[in-house]
Design a protein around this ligand. Structure first.
Ligand code: NAD
Ligand code: DAU
Length: 377
């Protein structure tokens, strides 16, 4: 052991997972396979790209022959599958790309791994196919406590702060799938295929469902980096609807640590929820971002509040996601390490200190994409 294939390693979460594995496991060979779509960026991996235990392969997961070739050539025995189309707004405009990559791509990867592993004398022994999914497959929870109440459970990381919940229900590993957006429908479908490959062929699979991640290297179409960048350029901050939707935020390095733990110690055929125990209404998190950016840029308090612009809501906008990740805490001892205040401060500082990274992305096609996206709002 071990030749590990990480798909989507040039993206946001994938780059943190690749970095963690390359640094922590010098005996593993880490093969990062990525198509380098608009969201893939090798600049995310500058610090580790010359390491002897790291290889980058540019390929499309939906290309079955190419998946067969890569898995055989590198004698892959573990797969951590993150490659996906990941942005809900894009899925509303172009669902087919999401079905192609997230469903057909995952299926091609499963099939290629199956053929290779079944051709070996040891077959599935010591092998693992770990699929990274999202809490969005569970659907949406209601906002039954719009003002927030004390959450019924908490972790060490959140013990110093008030942990609020906006409803009494949480997503557990038993929650029935009920996806609403084309993105979450495609992720749900891929999760079903992964479980089917276990149940039908005996492939050792694991699925995890994680809440919203934040931190360095996130593509600036997602709420937090988009808003940090817009504040810096004094552009409007487009708040969908009334800004009342609730998300559960987790610092990306904590997600990468969870993936490491689960890849090595998780039970085959099992599912683990990963969350931050950290619910926020969008409008509240936006105010925290504005306050933090203004403070770090030396602006007076409240200086950028005027940039808040309420725009037409996202179609089918899920009201609330809230994850119960106590199973992972109980069984494998994982919990978030960062308090949210600490995480958001680190994140804002990172984007302000890495303006070149941001400026390289936010030009050309990106500008045109945004003009198109906000037309009619
Ligand atoms: P991202 O969009 O930042 O990165 C996706 C990566 O996949 C990119 O590098 C892209 O080039 C690559 N990719 C896309 N299509 C491909 C294809 N056909 N073949 C090969 N590579 C391809 O996404 P992210 O936010 O880092 O999310 C990674 C995974 O985690 C996704 O599966 C997503 O559903 C899941 N997830 C994300 C979050 C979150 O908050 N971002 C939360 C839970 C789960
Ligand atoms: O819950 C996990 C999911 O989190 C992941 O599976 C997805 O890949 C990831 O993109 C994320 O989905 P969201 O739709 O929750 O993230 P996004 O950053 O797009 O939006 C967060 C919230 O902010 C959501 O309620 C929509 C709102 N929003 C977003 C943007 C981009 C705005 O109000 N304005 C915006 O401009």
């Amino acid at each position: 052991m071990r030749n590990i294939l990480i798909t989507g390693g040039a993206g946001f979460i994938g780059s943190h997972v690749v970095r963690l594995f390359v640094n922590k496991y010098p005996d593993y060979h880490i093969v990062n396979l990525d198509k380098l779509t608009y969201a893939g960026n090798l600049a995310n991996l500058k610090d580790i790209e010359t390491r002897p235990n790291y290889t980058f392969v540019r390929a499309d997961i939906a290309d079955l022959d190419e998946m067969r070739r890569v898995i055989r050539e590198y004698e892959i025995d573990g797969i951590i599958h993150l490659a996906a189309e990941s942005h809900v707004d894009r899925s509303i405009k172009d669902p087919f790309t999401f079905a192609r990559t997230n469903v057909m791509g995952t299926l091609a990867l499963l099939q290629a791994a199956k053929e290779y592993w079944e051709s070996l004398p040891e077959r599935y022994e010591g092998k693992r196919f770990y699929h990274i999914s999202t809490d969005e497959v569970y659907g949406a929870l209601e906002l039954t406590h719009p003002e927030g109440v004390d959450a019924p459970f908490s972790t060490k990381a959140s013990s110093g702060q008030k942990h609020e919940a906006y409803g009494e229900l949480f997503f557990t590993e038993e929650t029935k799938y009920n996806p609403h957006s084309p993105y979450s429908a495609s992720k749900a479908s891929s999760d079903h295929f992964v479980r089917a490959y276990h149940d039908t062929y005996g492939m050792p699979t694991i699925v995890t469902n994680c809440s919203n991640n934040y931190g360095p290297y996130q593509f600036p179409e997602k709420l937090i980096p988009l808003f940090i960048n817009n504040i810096r350029h004094r552009k409007p901050l487009p708040v969908y609807g009334k800004g009342e939707n609730v998300r559960d935020w987790l610092y990306v390095e904590d997600h990468a640590r969870a993936i490491d733990t689960i890849f090595h110690e998780g039970r085959v055929a099992d599912t683990y929820n990963i969350g931050g125990f950290n619910e926020w209404k969008n409008i509240d998190i936006i105010r925290v971002i504005i306050r933090t950016v203004d403070r770090l840029l030396g602006n007076p308090e409240g200086y950028s509040d005027e940039l808040i612009t309420f725009v037409t809501d996202r179609l089918g906008h899920d009201m609330r996601y809230a994850i119960d990740s106590r199973k992972l805490q109980r069984e494998l001892g994982w919990e978030p390490s960062l308090q949210f205040e600490e995480g958001i401060e680190k994140t804002v500082r990172w984007y302000l200190d890495n303006q070149e990274w941001m400026d390289n992305i936010t030009s050309g096609d990106y500008e045109r994409y945004y003009e198109e996206m906000y037309k009619g709002r």
